[in-house]
Ligand binder design. Structure first.
Ligand code: CS2
Length: 500
């Protein structure tokens, strides 16, 4: 089928009403077989793994279509079903939007509606790779693990996705044990190892499990990965952009920044798409890339999100570009509080990477929202700050920028709206109610900061870092009494190392 015929088909399902300026369709030949099951059909998957897979298929066709499983919302599934599985990715920067249409999802469904179908798909002979974007909170059910036989749920009767995955792997083993890989694409340290450990913990409870566990060890790959692309939520303006540029009516386009990176271990006993031809870097040790991503991109992003929220900024780009002192503190955190804590990937030009990172965060067209990045902070922040804080604590220093990040996080989640930023809403977080209660129970910054940062989702790891916790509390009380700008100024005054 040539490009013209492809688009003719596309016009029918995406509702073109006049001749289109042809967007690029990837891959040019739609795969016939779905070899990939993706759990977590959100924007990130659709603008990241799906794009790499479509490009790989465009270069080297193969049985690597995707079955996409949304968690519980029908929105994307309904839109994609109506569009024959197709959707557009809108790449945004100062040069104006660019649109590509992806055409490789052969089926989409909702996990909460069809949990048993997910189990069946994991064991299906065509499926050889399962990818996951289930966010930081997907790796543990809220009440902790109960046991394989009970069917884990996430508290409201919705099945826990990893439980379904484990049941599917169990069925796959019993149906012949064809090799498969399970690829975590979440910002979790050692994501492949974490996922393997959770799945193993579940399957250890299956009676007579020795052969199953041996198969899991030998025939199921759990590569570690580092994923990176800023992908905000879809807004009506993105649908309009697609319509203006291509005349296609896409009810579920995905906006994204131009930058994209995917690094992973090559652990695919059942085969995989030719991702290396699409720009994926395969390495033995993902850790340096993972730390680069978590500590420079994600931690700085969280800093910009919480400070931005307290400054009344809706966009990450505006927190950075409208506030020189925020920019200075972000630069300090990267240079003096993050880079000294890990060995960057060999050969990487770190100055260029950091410069590019500031350009990425400043991309106002992408419109990444402070509230989106600030959400689920109780689960993101432990991954992003605990080890770096302890690294400095062990060396007798107090990272003031990280203290400012923690203080603004505590303020955002515990400050009563009446004394906080006018009109702000508290970001979504599974611990939001707990934090609100702590805020009401502890009027003093020292007690409040310790209650939030040395308990609950943070565990007790930060408890030994007394001087750092004191600095967090001082900055918190300054933010409460004099406002966030005063907190930023104090953190800049406290920073050690050369001034940027
Ligand atoms: C962000 C990430 O929401 C967040 O916490 O830090 O989603 C970030 O945009 C991506 O990891 C970038 O790859």
């Amino acid at each position: 089928m040539d490009q013209h015929e492809r688009l003719t088909g596309l016009e029918e399902v995406m509702g073109v009403d006049r001749p289109a300026e042809a967007p690029q369709v990837l891959p040019r030949r739609r795969p016939a077989v779905a070899g990939i099951l993706h759990l977590g059909l959100g924007n990130f998957h659709r603008a990241h793994q799906a794009v790499y897979t479509a490009r790989a298929l465009d270069t080297e066709p193969g049985p690597w279509g995707i079955v996409g499983v949304a968690n519980r919302s029908r929105r994307v599934v309904d839109a994609m079903t109506a569009q024959g599985g197709r959707y557009s990715v809108v790449t945004l920067d100062a040069d104006g939007p660019r649109v590509e249409v992806l055409d490789l999802h052969l089926e989409t469904l909702v996990m909460a509606e069809e949990p048993e179908r997910v189990v069946d798909l994991v064991s299906h002979p065509d499926i050889r790779v399962v990818t996951l974007t289930i966010t930081e909170k997907g790796y543990r059910p809220p009440g902790g693990l109960r046991g394989h036989d009970t069917g884990e749920d996430v508290g409201d009767g919705t099945p826990w996705v990893i439980d379904l995955l484990a049941r599917g792997l169990d069925a796959r083993f019993r149906e012949g044990g064809r090799p498969i890989s399970v690829v975590s694409c979440d910002n979790v340290s050692g994501n492949g190892r974490v996922l393997r450990a959770v799945v193993t913990e579940i399957l250890e409870r299956v009676p007579g499990q020795d052969d199953l566990l041996a198969w899991l060890r030998d025939s199921v790959g759990f590569p570690c990965t580092m994923v990176d692309r800023i992908v905000p939520a879809t807004e009506p303006r993105h649908t309009e952009m697609v319509r203006d540029l291509t005349t296609l009516h896409d009810a579920a386009p995905v906006p994204a920044e131009p930058f994209s990176m995917w690094v992973m271990q090559d652990d695919f006993p059942g085969g995989r798409p030719a991702w290396e031809k699409a720009g994926v870097t395969f390495v033995d040790d993902v850790l340096p890339y993972e730390l680069l991503k978590l500590r420079l991109v994600n931690t700085t992003n969280s800093l910009l999100a919480y400070l931005g929220l307290l400054l009344g900024e809706e966009l990450i780009a505006d927190s950075l570009t409208r506030h020189p002192s925020v920019r200075a503190v972000a630069a300090h955190v990267i240079r003096h509080e993050m880079l000294p804590t890990f060995e960057p990937p060999p050969g990487l030009d770190i100055d260029r990477y950091v410069e590019q990172l500031f350009t990425r965060f400043s991309n106002v067209e992408v419109g990444h929202r402070t509230a989106q990045v600030a959400s689920d902070g109780s689960l993101k922040l432990p991954i992003r700050i605990v080890e770096p804080v302890l690294h400095h604590h062990d060396r007798g220093s107090v990272p003031a920028g990280l203290a400012l990040l923690a203080a603004s996080f505590v303020r955002v989640f515990t400050g009563p709206p009446s004394t906080g930023v006018a009109g702000r809403t508290v970001p979504e977080d599974p611990s939001a109610e707990r934090y609100r209660r702590l805020g009401a129970a502890y009027p003093g910054s020292h007690e409040l900061v310790r209650a939030v940062l040395t308990g609950g989702a943070f565990g007790t790891s930060l408890a030994p870092a007394g001087p750092w916790l004191d600095t967090v509390a001082d900055l918190h009380s300054l933010i409460v009494e004099e406002g966030v700008e005063a907190g930023v100024r104090r953190a800049l005054a406290l920073r050690s190392g050369p001034v940027e």
